[in-house]
Design a protein around this ligand. Structure first.
Ligand code: HEM
Length: 491
């Protein structure tokens, strides 16, 4: 079709942003034939200026990800544990949006890398959106949000070299012994999922559930992949990352396109509130799992992803998930990491997408209207029309319910820094050692080889010694083998 013919195409004429028909989208307007370009060419100016502003800040972590919509269905009666309405009836369905991601890489990085995977879920419930912003790992590297920026700096590019540096990564881990459990997990067989469909997810933190009588339970979420776990070896991942940097993103989209809808079985571990104080370790410590022997995983539902977003920028890049998005019957625990995250995400959204990010189609509640007195700001959609913008008012505006979403936490004592209640097994190494000892001989071999490979890039002996010492404290054999493997690689 010639350029002239496009004006007659069925889509109608090409227009400027203000709707005026465009005569020529191929040539700038010039002063005479072959002369300089004119300032009056508003189409040219509009196109160049819009293009310059196409990008928004990428997520400071989890920049690279893929999303899909689907449905969550309740499969068990949990009403004695939570009054959340979307969990109130077997068979009840709720729309969900999921975004899976890697953590350290920037937007253009490859998918097949050794890195935790983000596992973020948004449930569009009739009581507002509930976000569960988890990972594919049940634990995390640190237990206090105050260490998060430092930790992430070591995962990102060094200020001098501009690359991720093994020195920084293992220096921080070596000096943060609480990371030993998660690092053992990350360098083991599950450290590089084959795709987003073939991994489990975890809420990781402990959350509060409250039933209709106000009774409190502590819960941990588990999302078991129905596709089965599939992972890549380091060599397979290195090859795939080079050949198909978009491997995870493509896999998710294509499986949904061909009707092969991925699904996960949702389970929870439930601890009655009274058991927390005397549990053998702090049940709000994100570096530890609750052994299933103590608190078995009970199935409560399933979710399936069955619809691809149509516009990645609008629906995935601009999607926002916040651990602070709770609904009645679900709330936070005193986990220090979670408490930090309750602030961090909304703040990131206001910076990255803007003050009205919650109004975008992917982010706003779908099963209920957001109804409050926040107004205006960049990109405000004017949804409130002429309604009064203050509360209380005598004009029938929305009013507070008087009923908090979750139960208050009992606290005592003075404000302190760095103190958490002591439990008998508040130890950084026990669970890392248990994980190592659970592995088969082959798994141990691969774990040691993966870790040694990564550590061989460390330039300083003291950093290496400290890092290896953490694994030795988890298990003597682990430390010994790692030391030998690193020495062999460094010659
Ligand atoms: C993304 C902060 C720990 C899972 C983010 C973002 C920030 C952040 C600022 C980007 C948000 C955005 O721009 O939309 C923090 C802080 C943490 C922390 C301060 C520690 C205190 C964790 C933990 C998990 C996690 C422990 C999982 C258990 C995620 C996921 C995303 C994310 C899945 C991507 C969400 C999406 O797909 O949009 N985090 N994070 N983070 N974080 Fe964290």
């Amino acid at each position: 079709m010639s350029v002239q013919d496009q004006a007659a195409s069925s889509a109608g004429p090409l227009t400027t942003e203000s709707g005026a028909p465009v005569a020529d989208n191929q040539n700038s307007e010039t002063a005479g034939v072959g002369g300089p370009v004119l300032l009056q060419d508003q189409l040219l100016i509009e196109k160049l200026a819009h293009f310059n502003r196409e990008q928004i800040p990428e997520r400071i972590v989890h920049a690279r990800g893929a999303g899909a919509y689907g449905t969550f269905t309740v499969t068990a009666d949990v009403t004695k544990y939570t009054r959340a309405k979307f969990l109130s009836e077997i068979g009840k369905e709720t729309e969900v949006f999921a975004r899976f991601s890697t953590v350290a890489g920037s937007l253009g990085a490859a998918d097949a890398v050794r890195d935790p995977r983000g596992f973020a879920l948004k449930f569009y419930t009739e009581e507002g959106n509930y976000d569960l912003v988890g990972n594919n790992t049940p634990v995390f590297f640190i237990r206090d949000a105050i260490k998060f920026p430092d930790f992430i700096h070591t995962q990102k590019r060094d200020p001098y070299t501009g690359s991720q540096e093994a020195d920084n990564v293992f220096d921080f881990w070596g000096l943060s012994p609480e990371s030993t459990h998660q690092v053992t997990w990350l360098f083991g067989d599950r450290g590089i999922p084959a795709s987003y469909r073939h991994m489990d997810g975890f809420g990781s933190h402990t959350f509060q559930w409250t039933n209709a009588d106000g009774e409190v339970f502590w819960v941990k979420y588990h999302f078991k992949t129905d596709q089965g776990i599939k992972c890549l070896t380091q060599a397979e991942a290195d090859k795939l990352a080079g050949e198909d940097p978009d491997s995870h993103q493509r896999d998710l989209r294509e499986s949904i396109e061909r009707g092969d809808f991925p699904s996960w079985t949702v389970g929870v571990q439930i601890m009655p509130a009274a058991e927390a104080a005397d549990y053998r370790f702090n049940p709000f410590d994100l570096t530890k799992v609750w052994p299933h022997a103590d608190y078995p995983v009970q199935e409560i539902g399933k979710f399936q992803l069955n619809r691809n977003p149509q516009n990645i920028f609008a629906e995935v890049e601009q999607s926002i998930f916040s651990p602070a998005h709770f609904v009645p019957g679900i709330g936070p625990s005193p986990d220090k990491m979670l408490q930090g995250r309750l602030f961090g995400y909304g703040d990131a959204h206001r910076y990255r997408v803007g003050i009205n990010a919650d109004q975008l189609p992917v982010n706003r509640p779908h099963a209920v209207e957001a109804n409050n007195y926040n107004r205006d700001g960049f990109m405000y959609d004017g949804r409130h029309g002429a309604a009064k913008n203050y509360e209380p008012n005598s004009f029938g505006g929305p009013a507070q319910t008087g009923r908090p979403l979750w139960q208050p936490l009992e606290v005592s004592g003075y404000t302190t820094e760095g103190k958490t209640p002591l439990h008998a097994e508040d130890n950084d190494f026990v669970q890392a050692g248990n994980l190592y000892r659970l592995m088969s001989e082959d798994e141990k071999e691969r774990l040691v080889s993966n870790l040694a490979g990564a550590m061989s890039g460390v330039s300083r002996q003291d950093i290496l010694d400290r890092a290896i010492n953490n694994f030795r404290q988890a298990d003597e054999d682990f430390g010994k083998r790692l030391e030998a493997a690193v020495q062999a690689l460094r010659g």
